[in-house]
Design a protein around this ligand. Structure first.
Ligand code: 5GP
Length: 119
C-alpha cells in the first residue's frame, strides 16, 4: 500500500488542518485526539510519511525511533503519569482496525484504562 498524503494526519503535519499540539520534537508531533477515548488521549505521530508500525519499524532511522520514545517520556512527565501509569497502543492494519493510514500511537490515561479486551 502506498502512503496517501490526503490522510488527516498528513494534513495536520502540513498545517492544512488544525490540531491541539501538546509536544513536538524534530521527528515527532503529539496532539489531542479529536474524539478522546479517555481523560487524556494524545496521538503521537512521526513527522515523516510512514503508513504503520511495520513500515516504521522497517524503514525509519534510529533517531526517528528514539524520538518516539522521547515523546512518550515527555508526555509521561507532562501529565505526571510516572506513578499512575498509562496505556500506549498502536493499531495496525485490518485486524488492528487502523483507520488513519499514517502511523500513530494512542497515549491514553488519566484514569484506570480497564483490562485489555478478551477474544
Ligand atoms: P486509529 O483507529 O487509526 O488507530 O485511530 C485514529 C484516531 O484518530 C481516532 O482515535 C480518531 O478519533 C482520531 N482522529 C480522526 N480524525 C481526527 C482529526 O481530524 N483530528 C484529530 N486530532 N484526531 C482525529
Amino acid at each position: 500500500m502506498e502512503y496517501d498524503k490526503s490522510n488527516i494526519f498528513s494534513k495536520i503535519l502540513r498545517k492544512e488542518a488544525d490540531a491541539k499540539i501538546v509536544y513536538e520534537n524534530e521527528y515527532v508531533l503529539c496532539f489531542e485526539d479529536i474524539f478522546p477515548k479517555s481523560k487524556i488521549h494524545i496521538l503521537i505521530i512521526p513527522k515523516s510519511e510512514y503508513l504503520d508500525i511495520f513500515d516504521f519499524s522497517k524503514n525509519s532511522s534510529t533517531d526517528e525511533k528514539e524520538a518516539i520514545f522521547l515523546a512518550f517520556e515527555a508526555l509521561i512527565d507532562m501529565f505526571k503519569l510516572d506513578k499512575k501509569g498509562c496505556r500506549i497502543i498502536t493499531n495496525h492494519g485490518i485486524d488492528g482496525r487502523q483507520e488513519v493510514p499514517h502511523l500513530h500511537f494512542h497515549f491514553l490515561g488519566g484514569q484506570d484504562m480497564g483490562k485489555m479486551i478478551n477474544i
